[in-house]
Design a protein around this ligand. Structure first.
Ligand code: HEC
Ligand code: HEC
Length: 360
């Protein structure tokens, strides 16, 4: 009963948005949803193809948002093996978000967050052409946020829902101008929970106040999106992450990087919570965020080092050691990326090197 009720609501919300494709056509005019009057249309959520949601107008691959689909950026992105990302918030008609000081904004039922992964043809041309790989959705249903993945076809015309995930190869020209063939993992939908769930509940990770409280195109993003909230936020009163690779203070940049890339697991209730290592940006106890902290488990994962962070000595610290590893038993983050993030390792190492030696 519960499911049926929900399943009706989302297509209604999509229909109210004028999402023509949700109603079986891609042209933008409003038509009667489905032959049976629409109630059954909801049975199709999640749709088998991305185009059916009607999020975008024109060529799907251009991802030109329709009304109620709002592009956003985070301050500190998750490293994903050189992939670029596009992110959008979709609200049901009239729906508003209740903002919070930090995380777990209150979204109306039927909200959808979209994240597309794509590879630039040439890493030296950030505005140049790119190839779309996968589009991930989190949809707020009665049981909470549900995860879905759509894999783009070779023609770049549409993306088809997959549950299993798959390893693929991507090709591009790298920053040095050399052609690269790189393995890339499209995760299966069970793996989403590995990062998005804590205490068994799926949470949004980047759609959070310190991540969204940043400048985009010369304007504060929370202010630019003010209409989406029940009450316009005041960005000056709210926490903001530093851009890890910007010009801000080193410590805040490194902490923002670790929060974005590791904090979803390394926190109480998260997948790495039992290790006791807390990589949230607002953790104030240095011994919790790794300084002079002995690892919970001995073995290969330590690289023979004593502490997660050995102040002043990145080369003797477990954190950068595990970030640089490609051994599946050692590497951090655990899954599903394959390549170490050299810039991230440099940043965290620079921060550790800047700490005065303090361990007993
Ligand atoms: C390795 C950890 C990890 C895994 C696995 C993962 N995500 Fe995420 N996801 C993140 C992080 C961190 C963010 C926020 C940072 C960003 O947007 O770059 C995020 C952001 C998102 C967003 C934007 C909304 C938000 O939470 O901020 C969507 C949608 C999303 N993920 C869907 C998925 C789906 C679907 C899967 C499974 C197929 C998945 N993710 C697997 C870590 C992960
Ligand atoms: C998908 C969840 C997940 C992500 C993301 C993740 N970790 Fe972990 N991490 C774990 C788990 C589980 C353990 C405990 C088992 C082990 O040591 O392998 C752990 C253990 C560790 C340890 C040993 C800590 C101790 O004191 O015992 C370090 C150091 C570490 N992770 C660093 C990182 C860093 C740095 C990142 C981000 C770049 C990261 N992890 C991202 C799950 C994760």
């Amino acid at each position: 009963v519960r499911t049926t009720r929900f399943l009706r609501r989302i297509p209604d919300a999509l229909a109210a948005l004028g999402f023509a494709a949700a109603m079986g056509c891609g042209s933008g005019e409003t038509v009667d949803p489905k032959p049976d009057g629409g109630n059954d249309a909801g049975g199709k959520i999640p749709y088998e193809t991305l185009s059916e949601y009607g999020f975008f107008s024109g060529d799907l691959k251009d991802q030109r948002p329709t009304a109620n689909v709002h592009r956003y950026e985070v301050a500190a992105a998750l490293w994903a093996d050189h992939a670029e990302k596009d992110r959008f918030i979709v609200l049901p008609e009239g729906g508003k978000i209740g903002i919070t000081d930090r995380e777990d904004w209150a979204f109306p039922a039927g909200s959808i967050i979209i994240k597309t992964f794509r590879f630039l043809d040439d890493l030296r041309e950030p505005e140049g052409p790119s190839r779309l790989i996968e589009t991930r959705l989190l949809i707020l249903e009665d049981e909470g946020w549900t995860s879905h993945t759509y894999v783009w076809d070779d023609a770049q015309e549409n993306a088809v829902r997959t549950v299993a995930g798959k390893p693929i190869t991507v090709s591009y020209v790298d920053a040095a101008g050399d052609p690269v063939e790189q393995p890339y993992n499209i995760p299966n939908t069970n793996q989403c929970k590995g990062c998005h769930a804590r205490d068994d509940e799926v949470h949004l990770l980047g759609v959070a106040t310190p991540q969204m409280n940043r400048s985009v195109g010369g304007k504060n993003q929370l202010s630019a999106l003010a209409d989406l909230f029940t009450k316009a936020p005041n960005p000056n009163d709210l926490e903001a992450f530093e851009d890890p690779f910007g010009n801000g203070p080193l410590e805040q940049r490194a902490r923002a990087y670790l929060a974005a890339n590791c904090g979803h697991c390394h926190r109480p209730g998260g997948g790495g919570g039992d290790s006791g290592l807390v990589l949230l940006a607002w953790e104030t106890d240095p011994s919790k965020y790794g300084v002079c902290k002995s690892p919970a488990a001995a073995g290969a994962g330590t690289g023979g080092h004593e502490h997660d962070i050995e102040p002043g000595r990145p080369e003797d610290s477990i954190i950068p050691f595990r970030m640089a590893s490609t051994d599946p038993d050692i590497k951090m983050p655990e899954l599903p990326n394959l390549l170490p993030d050299e810039r991230g390792i440099d940043l965290v190492s620079e921060w550790i090197a800047s700490m005065p030696p303090v361990c007993p």
